[in-house]
Ligand binder design. Structure first.
Ligand code: CO
Length: 203
């Protein structure tokens, strides 16, 4: 028996329960997905997109990477964004970070020379750009929290600047910056930070 048999058993029970509660659910989804939302979040196992937003399979298209980054040269993320906007025609793009993000914390510490540190360089650049604001905060915990927020806001800007989004925005597609609290399970809209970062970067 597979050492992952318990996962397969869980799946069996879940599929039966779904079909019992919503007959025809899988059959309907098989034909087509029509998600309204694209979620760009952190790979962190504690931030599952569907679960924390109460969305069912088929309702949210998901891209996750360490520290929820949208990098201009990341073909993976750009392809997801383009596909979600042009083919699936999602109506909202949600960039969601989380407090206590290990990727963001790593950007505030000396590089450990790991593969992931190359990726985190992008967050390190944001920390440098906002050094004055971050250094004005009283402690490391506050700096980490603020960098988590600033990182989301910068990634929102990257979505907004992408050609795929610019085309889609003419049909009313919106991009949102959110952050999730691991300690309380709550999502928060970061619109004020998103607006501040946008004004700063547009200068
Ligand atoms: Co994270």
């Amino acid at each position: 028996m597979s050492e992952l048999q318990h996962l397969l058993n869980n799946n069996d029970a879940w599929a039966k329960k779904m079909e019992r509660e919503r007959p025809g659910f899988f059959h309907a989804l098989e034909a087509q997905q029509r998600p309204k939302y694209l979620w760009i979040g952190c790979s962190d196992s504690r931030v599952p997109a569907n679960e924390i937003t109460g969305l069912m399979p088929g309702e949210v298209f998901v891209h996750r990477n360490v520290a929820n980054l949208v990098i201009h040269s990341d073909v993976n993320c750009l392809a997801v964004l383009d596909f979600a906007l042009r083919v699936l025609k999602v109506e909202h793009v949600i960039v969601c970070g989380h407090y206590g993000c290990g990727g963001v914390q790593a950007a505030l510490e000396p590089s450990a020379g790991r593969m992931v540190d190359h990726w985190i360089r992008h967050v390190r650049d944001i920390a440098k750009f906002y050094r004055d604001e971050l250094e004005s905060l009283p402690n490391d915990a506050e700096r980490n929290r603020r960098l988590c927020e600033l990182n989301v806001a910068v990634q929102v800007t990257h979505v907004r600047e992408s050609p795929s989004f610019q085309e889609a925005s003419s049909r009313g597609v919106k991009v949102h910056g959110w952050i999730y609290g691991l300690s309380n399970g709550r999502l928060k809209d970061l619109q004020p930070t998103v607006d501040a970062v946008r004004a700063h970067l547009d200068m």
